[in-house]
Ligand binder design. Sequence first.
Ligand SMILES: [Fe+2]
Ligand SMILES: [Fe+2]
Length: 173
Amino acid sequence: MNKKSLEISAIEFKNIIKDILENETVKQMNNYRQHYDTSCYEHCFKVAWYNYVLCKKLKLDYVSAARSGMIHDLFLYDWRVPQPGRKRLHAFRHPRIALNNAIKLFDLNEKEKDIILKHMWPLTVVPPKYAESYIITLSDKLCALQESARHYQKSKAFRYAYVFLSLLVIRIF
Ligand SMILES: [Fe+2]
Ligand SMILES: [Fe+2]
C-alpha cells in the first residue's frame, strides 16, 4: 500500500467507525488497560484497522470487520482486578460480555455479532461462521503480540538480553 492509498484508506476506515468512536461508552475504554500499557480503546482501534485492511485486501466485508473490531473488547473493567460478583475466566467470558454491551449501543448484523463472539477462537470452542470472524482471530492475536513486545522492549532486562544476543550473533558469525 503506497502513502496516498494508505491515507485514503485511513479516511475511509475512520468514516466507517465514526459513530462508534464518538460513542461515550466506547470512549470509556480509554480508562482501562488491555495489554500492559495499551488501553482497551487503543487495542480495539488497532484490531479494527487490521480487520479493515485484511478484509479489504481479501475482498471480504471490511465494513462489518472494522465496526465489530472496534467493539470486540467492549467491557469496562480491569480484568486483572478480581471483583465480587464478577466471575473469573475473563478470557473465555469477555466475548459474550462485549457482545451484550455492544448490542445495547449499536444495531449489529449477524456477521458483526459472530465476529465479536468468536474473536477468541480457538480458546472459545465454537468455531466462527464467517471468514471475517477468522480474520479477527488473527488481528487480535497479532495486536496482542505487538502490544506485549512494545512493553518488553521498554524494560531493562529486554535491552540487556538484546545486547547480549547481538554480541553473541556477532561473535558466531
Ligand atoms: Fe478479547
Ligand atoms: Fe482483543
